[in-house]
Design a protein around this ligand. Sequence first.
Ligand code: GLA
Length: 377
Amino acid sequence: MNPAQRAAELFRASFASAPAAIASAPGRVNLIGEHVDYHGGHVLPAATLERTAVAVGPGGGRLRAVSERAERLEADWPPVRSGRWSDYPAGVGALMRGDSAVLADGLAVAVASDVPLGMGLSSSAALEVATAAAIAAWAGTRRSERDLAEIGWRAENEFVGMPCGLMDQIASALGPAGSALLLDCRSLEMHPVPVGVDLVLVDSGEPRGLRDSRYGERRREGAEALALLRPEFPALLCLVDLPPARLGTILRRLPAPLDRRVKHVVNENQRTVLAARALEAGDHAVFGTLVNASHNSLRDLYECSTPRLDAIVAAARAVPRVLGARLVGAGWGGSVLVVTEPGAGGMVGDRLRADEALALPQVRLVRPGAGVRVEAS
Ligand code: GLA
């Protein structure tokens, strides 16, 4: 059964009624453009084939949440942050309460998902965007995919309390079928980019306990750098607007580690645009070189890698037919993305799985899927 069918069954079994609507949304894998979305830069994510489905209906005055892979939860309505998994659908529901009368009587959600957890595929964005689409379908309100992404992003920032950029939710809502999406995170201009290469995702198995606090620290460092550069560039809104040709001089004026952070952001933004062009031109070797440069910059300048992620990247780069490898997502644990020549992903995945020294918990091929859709209403 697909996730939508499973979510419908779970809803019926848990709440003794049929769901009012069901929607599904994918996770995302970011090909390149890491830690630039919240600086208004370019990113190149693809939606995953694996999807999360959310079935919704009236909650009888409460928040009621069930999931195939987490504990069943019940709480007051309107909801407040609980620190549990239900914060994702609850945050979306709280933001959409004004949309229509349907949410006056609480919210029941049933979640079924094929998006692997903890692999850096943004299962949270999939859950938020699918919930928003299901509630909009139930309420009969027209919401664009971009609106759904924004609701998911606001739920994550304002309700869950994770100050993420917009990339994950946009990819989950608007990922073009079978392609990656070159997204300018400031103008929100976007266009599909053919992938052409194979993508292998390698789970490091490292706990990501420090991730949220370090992510917040990087965001504060970015704001600090902007404030220090403002006297010289009064119109500067985003770090990616710094003129690359003058970057050397500009960086000399910033204290460490802000100089390293800014250098990563400006260069990574440029790499992403070049990487999209390389894929469009079918120039896979150039794409791989940019992927490698992205990891080196995340490791040395943004300092969000770990020794284990570096070891996995080094091992992957030594496998024949690998074009490039880098940490993917926020870093500080999580996964490595290995890019291979077309058709070589299966072989490369087998080689990495067989590496006893690395003892990798999970290695899988990822293929581009498509953005959010309503499954039933
Ligand atoms: C996390 C965030 C994204 C993005 C990446 C780093 O996945 O949710 O918004 O900032 O980290 O590129």
